[in-house]
Design a protein around this ligand. Structure first.
Ligand SMILES: Nc1ncnc2c1ncn2[C@@H]1O[C@H](COP(=O)(O)OP(=O)(O)OP(=O)(O)O)[C@@H](O)[C@H]1O
Ligand SMILES: [Mg+2]
Length: 396
C-alpha cells in the first residue's frame, strides 16, 4: 500500500481501520488474555478456558478479538467454526459451515471421516450430504472432528452478536447443550461468545448453559493511555510516517482509549495531509473535531438505540449535568422512586455506559455519550431529508 516514488514515500493507504468488524493493524491491549488463550491452542491444557464470554461496549473490539483468536487457533492447526448468534445458527453450522470445512481438510482425513457414517463423501472426497440413518447432532460432528484432527489440535467455535431475544437464547442454549455433550465426551473444543454484558448474562440464565457459568469472562472497555499511544504511534510507523509529540498526545486524549474512536482519530489525522511525512498539530486539530462527530454518528447513536426506553430516560436525566450526576437529582428528574432508579443504575453500570462516581453519584463512562444526548436535545427533532426543497405536491 505504501509505494516509494522518487524516494518520497507516497502514503496512499491509511493504516487505520475505523468500522465495525475490521480487525485493527495494531491490536492494542488484552495481551494477557491473548497469550493465555493462544497457549491453550498450543498445549490443549484448557483449564477454565473451554468457554469464554467476551462482553463490552459497542466498538470496544469484541469482534476484532474473535478474529485475533481465530487467527491464533488456525496458526496452531485448529479448526475454526465462526458464526453470529442469529436465527438458524445450528442449521447453518451443520449444513453449511461444517461441510465447507470438511472440504478443506487433508484427503486422508476426509477418507477417515467418511468411514464414520456421519457424512457422505464422494469418490472425489467432497462432501455430498449427511447420512440420514442417524439424527444429525452437532455433538457427533464435534466429537468426530476432534478425534480425527488428532490430539494436538482442537476446534474453536466463536459466536458473535449474542442478543437476548427469547428465541435466540433458546437456540443458543440448544447449541451450548450440544457443545457441552461434546466436551463431556472428551472433544477438544473451545467456545467463545461475544455480546453486550446484559445479553451474555441472559444467556447464562438459560437451561443447558450450566457449563458456561464457569466461563472465562472478559469485559472489554477502554484501552489504557499507554496502549492507546502504542496503537496510534505503531500504526503510523508501519504506515510509513511519523507523528509530532503534541499531536500524538492530542489524539490520545480525543480518543479516550475507546478503540473505535482511536481508529477514527488516527484515520482523520492521517488523511489530513497524506503526502507529508509527518502528522502535525494541524492534522490532529482537524481529526479532533471530525472524529468526535463521526463517533457520535456511527457508534454512540447505536449505543443509544440499544437502550430500553427507561434506560434512555435515565441517561437523559443524567445528561442535564455536564459532569457527574447526583442520584437524588435523577430520582427527582425521573419522578420515580429511589429503588426504581437503583435498578436502572445497576443495569446501566453493567452495560459499561455508566459508572459510579463517589457515593451517591454516577457519571458516563462511555466517552461522548453525554454530549451526544445533549446535542440531540438541542437539535430540532426532524432531520432535513431534502423534501422541503420541493414545492408541495398538487392536491388530487
Ligand atoms: N484492541 C484494539 N486496538 C485498536 N483498535 C481496535 C481494537 N479492537 C478494535 N479496534 C477497532 O475498533 C473498531 C471496532 O471494533 P469491533 O468491531 O471489533 O468492535 P465490537 O466490540 O465488536 O463492536 P460491536 O459491539 O458494535 O459489535 C474497529 O475499527 C477496530 O479496528
Ligand atoms: Mg462486533
Amino acid at each position: 500500500m505504501i509505494a516509494e516514488m522518487n524516494g518520497i514515500a507516497a502514503h496512499a493507504g491509511s493504516p487505520f481501520t475505523p468500522g465495525y468488524g475490521r480487525a485493527p493493524l495494531v491490536f492494542g491491549g488484552h495481551e494477557d488474555e491473548l497469550d493465555e488463550l493462544t497457549r491453550v491452542f498450543q498445549t490443549l491444557d484448557f483449564g477454565e478456558n473451554h468457554s469464554v464470554l467476551i462482553s463490552g461496549l459497542r466498538g470496544a473490539g469484541k469482534t476484532s478479538m474473535l478474529m485475533m483468536l481465530q487467527d491464533a487457533a488456525r496458526r496452531e492447526g485448529w479448526l475454526v467454526i465462526s458464526d453470529d448468534a442469529s436465527a438458524g445458527l445450528m442449521d447453518r453450522v451443520m449444513e453449511t459451515t461444517i461441510p465447507a470445512m470438511l472440504d478443506t481438510l487433508e484427503p486422508a482425513t476426509r477418507t477417515r471421516l467418511s468411514s464414520l457414517g456421519i457424512w457422505q463423501i464422494n469418490a472425489q472426497l467432497e462432501y455430498v450430504d449427511r447420512h440420514r440413518q442417524t439424527k444429525p447432532l452437532l455433538r457427533r460432528d464435534l466429537i468426530a472432528l476432534s478425534e480425527h484432527i488428532g490430539p494436538d489440535a482442537g476446534i474453536l467455535i466463536t459466536i458473535d452478536e449474542v442478543s437476548s431475544g427469547k428465541i435466540r437464547l433458546r437456540e443458543l442454549s440448544r447449541f451450548a447443550l450440544e457443545v457441552s455433550h461434546a466436551l463431556q465426551a472428551g472433544a477438544n473444543v473451545m467456545i467463545v461468545f461475544a455480546g453486550i454484558k446484559i445479553d451474555l448474562d441472559a444467556l447464562l440464565e438459560q437451561e443447558h448453559t450450566t457449563f458456561l457459568r464457569r466461563s472465562r469472562q472478559l469485559d472489554f472497555r477502554r484501552l489504557t493511555p499507554g496502549e492507546t499511544r502504542h496503537v496510534l504511534d505503531e500504526s503510523i510507523r508501519i504506515g510509513g510516517r511519523r507523528i509530532e509529540h503534541d499531536a500524538l498526545n492530542q489524539l490520545i486524549s480525543v480518543s479516550q482509549g475507546y478503540p473505535y474512536l482511536i481508529q477514527l482519530a488516527g484515520d482523520y489525522a492521517w488523511r489530513n495531509n497524506p503526502r507529508s511525512a509527518v502528522i502535525d498539530q494541524a492534522a490532529a486539530d482537524v481529526a479532533h473535531e471530525k472524529a468526535i462527530t463521526a463517533v457520535q454518528r456511527r457508534v454512540i447513536s447505536r449505543v443509544y438505540q440499544d437502550l430500553s426506553e427507561k434506560d434512555r430516560e435515565f441517561v437523559q436525566a443524567m445528561a442535564q449535568d455536564s459532569g457527574r450526576s447526583k442520584i437524588s437529582d435523577i430520582v427527582k428528574r425521573m419522578d420515580v422512586s429511589a429503588q426504581y432508579v437503583q435498578v436502572y443504575k445497576k443495569r446501566l453500570i453493567d452495560t459499561g455506559y455508566v459508572r459510579s462516581d463517589g457515593h451517591g453519584y454516577v457519571a458516563f463512562s462511555l466517552p461522548y455519550l453525554g454530549e451526544y444526548i445533549r446535542s440531540m436535545n438541542d437539535e430540532p427533532a426532524a432531520v432535513d431529508d431534502g423534501w422541503d426543497a420541493f414545492p408541495p405536491p398538487p392536491s388530487v
